[in-house]
Design a protein around this ligand. Structure first.
Ligand code: NAD
Length: 388
């Protein structure tokens, strides 16, 4: 029997926001009491789709009328900070953003610290770190089930290191139960970072901008944070070293090896390998995972992130994915670019210069409406019939 229903507001209800809304509207202990959506056509469509009448343009308008228990902030990244601050000031108890948490380190710091200082829970959104099976594996590693952790590697940590790359960093920190203390890296197209900035701010030096665009176009045929390829290593606080391979090896995720096992996450459920067959190939173990009551509701790692946020609100339990995790991911991405740009110089974390930034590709920073991927009201409605 569920007695309490947490009041939830979705702030930013585009493609991913609608997935959050689906999850929150299905759980028996949550109800969506309000939606803030900037685009009026989409606002009306999502209101109808989720049966929510309290519809607002943005967080400020919404919070003037309703203070939810939980606010899921799923606007483009540019608007996270303002929405988080408004929610904290209004007295919302639990907030989540998605990835990347910010472009500038100081903005990520502000988001994390305002929540910490006011005792507000800050969840980190739909990332594989919040998949129940990955949390199980992390627990088994910590309990010593696989012996000591001996090393780790990131594969294909390139293409988009501040967006998709935050998946790798947050899982690596989980599996190794440690923080990243130093990075050293080599990179190609690290100068594209300036170009990424150009996605949102005009580069004043036209010649430099043109040169960067040319470089990007010829090398990659694109202009965003999708071309930076980083290789190098990360020194972890536990003492192990993580190798970074910028391109597929052919794996694309995180490997952690221990005395007895190879633990592999490759954008799917984690896999455990133990021993070798007669041909010298690794043997896949049929690992047991804990029963997750919420599996019936689906939503994979998004479900894990949401349920863990609610658990944290109810019991004070540790979050499966937090704002701090997202901030660390951004910081590592920035540090590796810095190291590569300086000429493979070891860079210690935390970075001293908090004004450093890495702008995500424009879709993430500004959203689909501003970057040629408009979602029509009809598409919102179709989405509903697809799920029914
Ligand atoms: N975790 C993941 O795997 C994952 C996947 C996709 C997107 N994302 C992240 O989620 C965020 C949103 O992505 P999306 O695909 O839903 O984009 P989207 O463009 O489909 O949706 C964003 C929505 O926010 C609305 N909006 C913009 N500014 C607003 C404001 N100030 N107040 C209220 N609403 C506002 C827009 O009108 C739009 O409907 C981005 O930060 C992106 O990086 C994460």
């Amino acid at each position: 029997m569920v007695n309490k229903k947490y009041k939830v507001a979705i702030i930013g209800c585009g493609r991913l926001g609608q997935l959050y809304a689906e999850a929150y509207s299905i759980y028996p202990d949550t109800e969506i009491v309000a939606i803030a959506e900037y685009n009026s056509e989409r606002r009306k469509a999502v209101g109808e789709r989720f049966g929510v009448k309290a519809l607002y343009k943005d967080a400020e308008d919404l919070l003037n009328d309703i203070i939810p228990d939980i606010a899921a902030i799923v606007t483009p990244t540019k608007f996270y900070k303002e929405a988080v601050i408004k929610c904290v000031e209004a007295g919302v108890k639990a907030i989540s953003t998605d990835k990347p948490i910010a472009a500038k380190l100081s903005d990520a710091d502000e988001i994390v610290s305002i929540c910490e200082s006011k005792g507000v829970i800050l969840g980190g959104g739909a990332l594989f770190r919040a998949l129940g099976k990955n949390q199980d594996i992390a627990r088994y590693i910590n309990e010593g089930v696989y012996g000591e952790v001996r090393g780790a590697a990131l594969h294909c940590w390139g293409v988009e290191i501040s967006g998709g790359g935050s998946q790798h960093i947050s899982l690596l920190r989980l599996f190794t139960n440690s923080e990243i203390e130093e990075v050293m890296s080599w990179g190609t197209h690290v100068d594209l970072v300036d170009l990424v900035d150009a996605g949102t701010m005009a580069i004043k030096d036209i010649a430099k901008r043109d040169h960067l665009y040319q470089m990007a176009n010829s090398a990659l045929n694109q202009k965003e944070d999708q071309g930076i390829i980083i290789s190098g290593y990360l020194k972890m606080s536990s003492g192990i070293q993580t190798n970074i391979f910028g391109t597929p090896t052919p794996f694309r995720g995180v490997d952690v090896w221990t005395d007895t096992s190879l633990i592999r996450w490759d954008w799917n459920d984690p896999q455990i390998y133990q021993g070798f067959d007669k041909n010298g190939k690794r043997i896949l173990k049929d690992e047991k995972f804990s029963e997750n009551n919420w599996d019936n509701f689906g939503f994979g790692y998004l479900g894990g992130a949401i349920r863990s946020l609610i658990d944290s609100l109810e019991t004070g339990a540790k979050l499966w994915i937090s704002g701090h995790d997202l901030r660390q991911a951004l910081e590592v991405a920035i540090a590796t670019i810095l190291s590569a740009k300086l000429g493979n110089v070891p860079v210690k974390l935390p970075l001293k210069d908090r004004s450093l930034s890495l702008y995500p590709r424009p879709y993430r920073w500004l959203g689909g409406d501003e970057t040629g991927r408009y979602q029509t009201a009809e598409e919102v409605t179709k989405q509903n019939s697809k799920n029914n």
